[in-house]
Design a protein. Structure first.
Length: 639
């Protein structure tokens, strides 16, 4: 939060406001929209809103719905135009933007159906062009868009204006970029189902709006947002055209703002209030810039890279180097549960009690071993009382053909053994599932029985992984948090029962250490919701006496690692330990080769985990610390 104080924005060519989280930023945007709607109402006029879909605007819509329900905000004078729709796409399909808009907004407010406009994905090809022209005309005829909200794709697209789009482009049919299609797999189950085309408003259509909010939530958007906000205006980054708009604002959360210069290297854009965290960040950055280990950095290196005032404040490069080197050195420990009977003043964990009760929370059934398998094994080897709690069933991430194999196995086994011969109930159920799986359409959510089979498959794999790490079955817990059980990638918001299940297991075990996935920068994903449930549970239990001894360590999911300067515990892994970790990940057979949700990374999970752990070790080595095969990293959550 300290970084929010930096006011140096000289490189930002789109006015940018950074919020602690997506929620705060979204509420602000929704209130801005509500104010404009009310003003127009007072003047007896309509207002035209340009709307987006995707994960970015969800919390804006949630707040607008709340304002409608609780603060009588009416949408009777609101006319909307959506940015885009896949082509081809039927309105009822799960992935359709028509359905998205109804589920998140339109069905919960008093907007007139005739005031809703969304590009039509059902048109025959030859009618698309005239539809697009009419869409433009209609926007103009209604006085143009008053407020446009936008998300940004990782290609830099706004709407579906992919790299290479012209500034003069208007509503039209476009081809989707390969990266955009890969990002859409989460909604379409597999790549073959993702449409190749879409109908989208053009850059000019968007730029004609009177006011624009560009939203960016999450670390995965940080790179492209930096280019759009600080880089040159280029068709290669279509969002950079927004730099030429007279009334645009970018709203980002901390994760999305990470690559902006005022966060990444604030010393390059102004004077800093130096504190230990920022000094560490600067020294790690400098060491990387000049490709030298920390203890070899000279005053000249500092002076030549915008860090002269740091040297002035600390008198010598030598003092700064030692200070930061020691700090990083003290993060390294082979004793993640604390080293018994050792002086722990500079160790990341307490020595006492020497045998700790530990809960590892795993959002999906394989995050424990992917993200902290080596540490998991060490904690067990070092005789701590380790429990693992799988937060969600993970049932949507199982291939249909794998589920079919299991159902057929059950069917044949049941028949061969003559089980349930008389009533035939089981056989009827198997037949129903087999028929369903063989005829399933891409836009269908699984029936309850199939979801159950898929969940059980993942449960078995998780159990095998945890047993491999040395746990007894009574230390393996399945929470099946309800928010996850929608049968599709779009999840429900966190609810009371989600927090309650976490409260119950914490109360039962009263742990000294809790490990959780800390993907703070992922505002809507399952990991973030799972963390919110844990934080909610900690808040409820904060008065309990055992909570004073309970430390929360955060690991990062499969995608990113903590920045080096933010790591507070680095657990080295030997080559053998890395191999054991790989074997634990191998237990998750349904996720091997090509899981249904591979994200934008072709590598298997064990490869990603090893590459990441090796990269962390390599960074420590390059900074001049000891050389290890691999390192798992953690950060402590302080309440
Ligand atoms: C959606 C749209 C897209 C998204 C962008 C970001 O109507 O036009 O440009 O805004 O792909 O998607 P999310 O918000 O899901 O990351």
């Amino acid at each position: 939060m300290e970084y929010l104080k930096y006011q140096f924005k000289s490189l930002e060519k789109i006015p940018t406001k950074v919020w602690p989280g997506a929620r705060e930023g979204s509420i602000h945007i929704a209130r801005g929209i509500a104010l404009a709607i009310r003003q127009k109402q007072q003047e007896g006029e309509h207002i035209v809103l340009g709307l987006a879909t995707g994960s970015s605007p969800i919390q804006v819509y949630q707040e607008l719905v709340r304002l409608h329900r609780e603060e009588s905000l009416s949408f009777s004078n609101v006319i909307t135009f959506n940015l885009d729709e896949y082509y081809p796409m039927t309105p009822g399909a799960q992935q359709s933007y028509v359905r998205f808009m109804h589920e998140y907004l339109f069905d919960h407010i008093d907007i007139k159906p005739e005031n809703i406009h969304i590009p039509d994905g059902t048109l025959p090809l030859e009618e698309v062009e005239s539809f697009c022209k009419a869409y433009e005309k209609k926007i103009d005829a209604l006085g143009g868009i008053d407020i446009q909200i936008l998300g940004i794709g990782r290609t830099g697209h706004i709407g579906f204006n992919e790299p290479g789009s012209f500034e003069t482009s208007e509503t039209r049919m476009v081809r989707l970029d390969a990266l955009t299609r890969r990002d859409a797999i989460k909604d379409f189950l597999n790549e073959e189902n993702v449409p190749y085309r879409a109908i989208t408003m053009g850059i000019r259509t968007i730029m004609k709006a009177r006011a624009i909010y560009l939203m960016g939530w999450g670390q995965h958007k940080a790179g492209v947002l930096q280019k759009a906000i600080e880089g040159p205006v280029l068709p290669l980054i279509p969002a950079s055209f927004l730099q030429n708009h007279p009334n645009v604002k970018a709203y980002l959360d901390l994760g999305a703002a990470e690559e902006l210069t005022r966060f990444k290297s604030p010393w390059l854009v102004g004077l800093c209030n130096w504190n230990d965290d920022l000094i560490c960040k600067a020294v790690v950055w400098l060491s990387k810039e000049v490709k030298k280990p920390i203890l070899k950095l000279t005053s000249e290196d500092y002076n030549e890279h915008g860090l002269s005032d740091l040297v002035v404040e600390y008198a010598s490069a030598y003092d700064i180097n030692i200070k930061v080197f020691n700090r990083l050195q003290h993060t390294i420990t082979g004793w993640p549960g604390g080293k018994p009977h050792a002086d722990d003043t500079t160790r990341p964990e307490r020595a006492k009690p020497s045998k700790k009760r530990v809960i590892i929370f795993s959002p999906h059934p394989d995050d424990d071993v992917i993200s902290m398998g080596g540490t998991f094994l060490r904690l067990v080897d070092q005789k701590h009382d380790v429990h693992v709690a799988y937060q969600t069933s993970g049932n949507i991430a199982v291939h249909d053909h794998d589920a079919l194999r299991f159902v057929e196995f059950l069917q044949e086994f049941t028949a061969a053994e003559g089980i349930c011969k008389d009533d035939g109930v089981a056989d009827k159920m198997y037949k129903k599932m087999i028929k369903y799986l063989q005829n399933k359409r891409p836009d269908q959510s699984d029936i309850a029985e199939v979801r159950r089979i898929k969940g059980l498959m993942r449960r078995g794999e998780a159990r095998a992984g945890a047993r491999f790490c040395g746990l007894d079955d009574d230390h393996i817990h399945f929470l099946d948090m309800p928010f996850y059980e929608t049968g599709r990638s779009r999840k429900n918001p966190i609810g009371e029962e989600d927090i309650e299940v976490v409260v119950r297991i914490l109360e039962e075990i009263k742990p000294h250490q809790v490990y959780a996935a800390g993907d703070l920068a992922d505002p809507h994903g399952t990991h973030r919701v799972c963390l919110d449930a844990i934080l909610g549970a900690f808040d409820r239990l904060k008065e309990q006496s055992w909570m004073k001894d309970c430390w929360l360590w955060l690991y990062r999911g499969a995608w990113h690692e903590w920045p080096i300067d933010e790591i507070e515990m680095a657990v080295p892994l030997s080559p053998e330990e890395l191999l054991r970790k790989r074997r634990a990940i191998f237990m998750h057979q349904s996720q091997k080769d090509r899981p249904p949700f591979p994200g934008n990374d072709e590598r298997e999970f064990w490869q990603r985990a090893e590459d990441r752990n090796r990269a962390t070790a390599e960074t420590y080595r390059a900074l001049g610390l000891a050389e290890y095969e691999a390192i798992e990293a953690f950060r402590r959550w302080k309440f």
